[in-house]
Design a protein around this ligand. Structure first.
Ligand code: URA
Ligand code: SF4
Length: 196
């Protein structure tokens, strides 16, 4: 096991045993993350849905199929990137996450970022975008996703620089081909900066 694998295993064990918020009582499986531990691109969604809660795999339902299609459209496979969420446990009935839950959970995402050291974070949807921008003290930059999508926010971190790229959540493209086209356009930015 590489050092990164070991550190991610440690995070995984912490999440499995986590009781820091009440979602630990209602979830089936926590959804920690999936993909390449050395990925240059990390995707962060909101929270697990019903399918993810059953399998422990992020983005494995309808939104996940769209995410896979978008990755394929820029020549990437799911295995080439790392995929996770802000919240590791599913909110019952997919209700919105609560502030106290995010506060309790965000340290796991922070640790994942520190270990994986991505160059790019693709933040999926309003919710992930605003929490990630807040985390990097960019509160004053937060707008609606339609205004922010496809922009690049550069932030300095302990291991260099990360480009945060706000994107629409793949779920918006489920019944809307125009939205899928917009997402495909925005994913081209990820391709451009992959590895840079
Ligand atoms: N939506 C998300 O934001 N995350 C998932 O893992 C699945 C659906
Ligand atoms: Fe712990 Fe996060 Fe799950 Fe809450 S959502 S129990 S903080 S892992």
């Amino acid at each position: 096991m590489s050092k990164k694998d070991e550190l991610l295993k440690k995070i995984k064990d912490e999440v499995i045993g986590c009781k820091k918020c009440s979602l630990s009582k209602t979830r089936t499986l926590p959804v920690i993350g999936q993909g390449d531990h050395k990925a240059k691109i990390m995707f962060v969604g909101e929270a697990p849905g019903a399918n993810e809660d059953k399998t422990g795999v992020p983005f494995c339902g309808q939104s996940g199929n769209i995410l896979t299609e978008l990755l394929n459209s820029i020549g990437l496979q799911r295995e080439n990137v790392y995929i996770c969420n802000i919240l590791k446990c599913r909110p019952p009935e997919n209700r919105n996450p609560q502030a106290n839950e995010i506060e309790a959970c965000i340290s796991y995402l922070e640790k994942q970022i520190e270990v994986i050291k991505p160059k790019i974070i693709g933040a999926l949807g309003n919710y992930a975008v605003s929490h990630i921008l807040k985390k990097y003290n960019l509160d004053d930059q937060i707008q609606g996703i339609s205004k922010m999508r496809g922009k690049i926010f550069k932030v300095k971190v302990s291991f260099g620089e990360i480009k945060i790229i706000p994107l629409y959540h793949p779920a918006v493209a489920a019944y809307n081909a125009n939205m899928k086209d917009i997402l495909k356009e925005d994913f081209k930015i990820l391709k451009k900066y992959n590895g840079k």
